[in-house]
Design a protein around this ligand. Structure first.
Ligand code: ADQ
Length: 499
């Protein structure tokens, strides 16, 4: 075989969706981020599939990838995905924002599901051909690298974790902690968003696996193999976003929104409706602010766009109820006759073009995650503001991975609702900032991001207010040129592959 090595991504889901008009590429961040490099390598995607009688196709128009479905029964999905992945690992990896549930039958299902993925992914290797790179993604498939290796894989195996990796003291609570670490150590290279997560992983290996030794960023195994760990903060496709900002539809929508909101200060939250995202804390902070500052009522609006997520799980249904109660309560308490409501809430998935209009509109973006692997919304907002010389302010949780890179953001502690304060909006030098971190691809970062810089002291959750009316120069999207130094698609190859 000649040409680039084929890359096979293995992830919990296939990157496609069934719409009334047929199968379409899904809009998720992962597929968008990986697409260029995958398509260039005649790549393939192995993903789970369940719940529909119709078999997903091997090819979908608009996506040059071979698709291979791993059929999962609804029962297996309930135990492996909704159970072990989302009710055990997810809360544990997000610093116990909720108590994880430990259930042995879920663990058995998780093992079974990982074995099914191994069976399908292993089928990509052909005798006498150059083996593909197998790139395993996320917490659903932590056992897979080892299963692939034990199955005799000749491929280079990569593993990337999209969530935080918790402190070893928390990780150690899992009865199956050693199996999970050994599973991941089946890979040749293990990637994380931040140095802190990588350090946590290495410390967990050191403390929980007596048979391994850790030297620098490398774990040495008793069979003589070495596993490297690295930090690769995932990012967004800045060039694509900027191109889209320039579309007449986005400009029209943005103008319309600006007319609607007038001189009000617009704060924006865009999140999957997940308890880790701190939506409730954000709403409570706003409530406290409006309680204390009657003069602000009618002058500020929080636009909260919540994407439906994991609604089959009781905790997600519960957080939705709590968020909607809070929205109702705040609007009930602080809406003045004839004035706009303080919270405009939308529970839906939204086309990217519309999301971009909100990013362009918002004076302040509130990313107040209680814990977040990275958070791409923060980066999308920065790209949009930078591309239009906007003066928006990003209020960013110190517990989101993005806070390690977006050093111009106003850091906040989302647990400190009481500490809400107001301040004058300042002009954020986003153009400078986005030349670096916001738009950086998964470039190999040899410079550790966390330990090389001094950390700023986070403030309580700040809600910033506009001190001046929107001027005509804020038309924003009328000239969406690439800000100086902004990186684009050309440099955004997810190069952990070349390590
Ligand atoms: P998420 O937590 O799902 O994934 P996040 O980083 O918050 O991802 O990004 C969400 C994406 O969904 C953004 O691209 C955003 O534009 C989009 N989105 C949000 N609300 C939407 C809506 N209502 N309609 C349409 N699109 C919407 C995990 C980790 C993160 C990590 C990512 C990538 O939890 O910490 O950043 O993976 O590794």
């Amino acid at each position: 075989m000649t040409g680039p090595t084929q890359i096979v991504v293995i992830a919990n889901r296939l990157p496609i969706a069934r719409t009334p008009g047929g199968w379409r590429p899904a809009s998720g961040g992962l597929v968008t981020a990986l697409r260029p490099v995958l398509e260039a390598s005649r790549g393939a995607w192995v993903g789970g599939w369940s719940g529909s009688k119709e078999e997903p196709p091997a090819h979908v128009s608009g996506l040059s990838l071979d698709l291979r479905a791993v059929p999962l029964s609804p029962r297996l999905v309930a135990a492996y995905y909704q159970g072990f992945s989302n009710q055990t690992l997810w809360p544990l990896f997000h610093d116990l924002v909720h108590q994880p549930i430990i259930d042995r039958s879920w663990w058995e299902a998780y093992r079974g599901a990982n074995e099914l993925f191994a069976g399908t992914a292993g089928g990509f290797e052909r005798p006498r051909e150059q083996p593909p790179v197998l790139w395993v993604h996320d917490y659903h498939l932590m056992l897979l690298p080892r299963l692939l290796r034990r199955g005799g894989s000749r491929s280079r195996i990569l593993y990337f974790l999209h969530t935080p990796f918790p402190a070893p003291e928390l990780f150690a609570r899992l009865p199956w902690r050693a199996e999970l670490l050994q599973g991941v150590l089946g890979a040749d290279l293990v990637g994380f968003h931040t140095d802190m997560y990588r350090e946590n992983f290495l410390r967990a290996c050191r403390y929980l696996l007596p048979e391994v030794s850790v030297e620098g960023d490398t774990v040495r195994l008793p069979d003589g193999r070495s596993v490297r760990s690295s930090t690769h903060p995932i990012s967004v496709d800045a060039r694509e976003l900027i191109k889209k900002i320039g579309e007449p539809r986005v400009q029209r929508q943005t103008r319309r929104l600006r007319e609607q909101f007038g001189s009000r200060t617009v704060m924006l939250g865009v999140d999957r409706l997940d308890y880790t995202k701190g939506i409730l804390q954000r709403l409570r902070a706003l409530e406290l602010l409006l309680e204390r500052r009657a003069d602000l009522r009618g002058r500020v609006t929080l636009v909260q766009i919540a994407e439906p997520s994991r609604y089959e799980e009781p905790r997600y249904r519960q957080i939705r109820v709590e968020v909607e109660q809070a929205v109702g309560r705040i609007n009930g308490r602080f809406t003045e006759p004839g004035r706009a409501v303080p919270v405009r809430y939308m529970y839906r998935s939204m086309p990217l073009s519309r999301l971009l209009s909100y990013y362009l509109l918002a004076d302040v973006a509130l990313v107040t995650s209680l814990k977040d692997g990275m958070n791409l919304v923060a980066k999308e907002y920065v790209v949009c503001q930078a591309a239009t010389q906007g003066s928006g302010v990003l209020v960013l949780s110190e517990f989101a991975g993005a806070s390690q890179e977006l050093t111009q953001a106003v850091l906040c502690n989302p647990f400190d609702e009481e500490g809400s304060r107001t301040g004058s909006r300042r002009r954020s030098p986003w153009a400078k900032q986005s030349a670096g971190a916001a738009c950086r691809p998964w470039a190999p970062t040899s410079t550790p991001t966390m330990f090389s810089r001094g950390r700023r002291r986070p403030s309580p959750m700040p809600l910033l207010l506009k001190s001046e009316p929107k001027g005509p120069d804020r038309s924003g999207c009328s000239s969406p040129g690439t800000p100086r130094g902004l990186r684009g698609a050309g440099d955004r190859l997810p190069t952990p592959l070349s390590e």
